[in-house]
Design a protein around this ligand. Structure first.
Ligand SMILES: Cc1cc2nc3c(=O)[nH]c(=O)nc-3n(C[C@H](O)[C@H](O)[C@H](O)COP(=O)(O)OP(=O)(O)OC[C@H]3O[C@@H](n4cnc5c(N)ncnc54)[C@H](O)[C@@H]3O)c2cc1C
Length: 347
């Protein structure tokens, strides 16, 4: 939610800048402190509303403690108590990962959890990671007047499989802030900021006041003592589970939300919570659920929506550009591309 609040402020600044196209004169002046103060105030309001709904749970249902497994049906709480249950749902979410080489930069490094605590906006920011969170925040920062440069070791923007959409998105967003894909980074402290040198598909050196590391959000499973639960895990330490029941092997344990690293978006976490919760409640009777069509949306401008199955050679692919689309011209939004429309599958 705080990222969307920042994007809303950035959209306001951008809208004011392009208003003259429509014969409306406006010269925006961004007050970074005020922007971030509103982000925090509104975020805290949303959090308080969610917490209020949790407070409504009957006494004894909600226990506010960190928990780890003692065995497959018992959790040890941090205050020393133990809780036993017929079945357990793991829904511990994810947290930002900061690669080791950035640790030496100390608090120059920001993540999607700390960036909203800034007081003034920085003058410049390097964004490491061209995934949806990095792109949303990079565009917002650039539109708020922060000198922004993005880096990614991979050569795909937003992990897109459709080459045309990826090319178009990179071109459109790249007009607002430089995007260096396929580069290896070396980082060092430089006074109150950081110096980044990059090489690979492009090369250079630049200094930044802050570095936002948006290099993924792995599941928060490491302090759960999964070994005590006797679960078989993947090489990434994620319990093996059935995506249609969310059950881990044949254990009375279910995995839901970002913790399973399958579809890390809110509506999927909510839907998986319902599937896992129902199966845990009716355990050992476990039902396979029909999963929703995959859908994810990135709230850049233009936004990116990914719907349905990933591309395969057996599909007929259609595409359309927004470069000369009527409604896009009316709004001066002639940028973007619709691609990979699997109208039918070849026999
Ligand atoms: C900056 C940002 C922007 C996003 N924007 C979007 C968006 O636009 N659209 C969208 O669909 N999704 C978005 N997401 C993703 C979405 O927020 C997540 O998919 C969703 O919150 C996952 O829900 P969850 O319940 O699995 O995990 P979480 O919401 O992370 O909740 C997990 C909870 O488990 C608790 N916990 C962890 N370990 C323990 C333990 N040992 N004992 C007790 N409790 C524990 C944590 O404290 C936390 O409260 C965004 C995420 C971020 C970070």
């Amino acid at each position: 939610m705080p990222s969307k609040l920042l994007i809303a402020a950035a959209d306001a600044a951008f809208g004011a800048r392009k208003a003259s196209t429509f014969g409306i004169e406006a010269t925006p002046s961004v007050d970074g402190r005020a922007v971030l103060a509103r982000v925090r105030k509104q975020r805290d309001r949303f959090v308080a509303e969610t917490l209020k709904s949790i407070e409504k749970l009957p006494a004894g249902i909600c226990v506010k403690q960190r928990a780890r497994f003692s065995d497959a049906t018992t959790l040890a709480l941090e205050d020393g108590r133990k809780v036993s249950a017929k079945a357990i749902v793991i829904a511990t979410g994810s947290r930002p990962s900061v690669p080791k080489e950035f640790e030496k930069l100390g608090d120059i490094v920001l993540t999607n959890e700390t960036i909203f605590e800034l007081r003034p906006l920085p003058r410049s920011i390097a964004v490491v990671g061209a995934g949806p969170l990095g792109l949303e925040l990079a565009q917002a920062m650039a539109r708020l007047g922060v000198e922004t440069v993005m880096f990614d070791q991979g050569d795909r923007i937003a992990a897109l499989r459709d080459a045309e959409v990826a090319r178009s998105l990179r071109m459109v967003l790249g007009k607002e802030f430089p995007i260096h894909l396929g580069v290896k980074l070396e980082v060092e402290k430089n006074g109150d900021g950081a110096r980044l040198s990059w090489s690979g598909a492009s090369s250079g050196t630049a200094s930044f006041e802050r570095v936002l590391v948006a290099a993924g959000r792995p599941p928060t499973l490491d302090d759960l003592n999964l070994a005590a639960a006797g679960l078989e895990t993947s090489d990434k330490g994620i319990p093996k589970f059935d995506p249609s029941t969310l059950q881990c092997g044949d254990a009375p344990i279910f995995l839901a939300g970002d913790a399973d690293a399958q579809r890390p978006v809110l509506h999927e976490a909510s839907s998986e919570g319902a599937i896992a919760g129902q199966n845990a409640a009716s355990f050992p009777k476990v039902r396979k659920a029909k999963r929703a069509v995959p859908l994810s949306i990135m709230f850049t401008d233009p936004p990116l929506a990914v719907v349905g199955a990933t591309p395969s050679d057996a599909m007929v692919v259609g595409s359309a550009s927004y470069d000369d689309q009527g409604r896009a011209r009316v709004r001066r939004e002639t940028k973007g591309w619709s691609g990979f429309m699997p109208a039918r599958t070849l026999a």
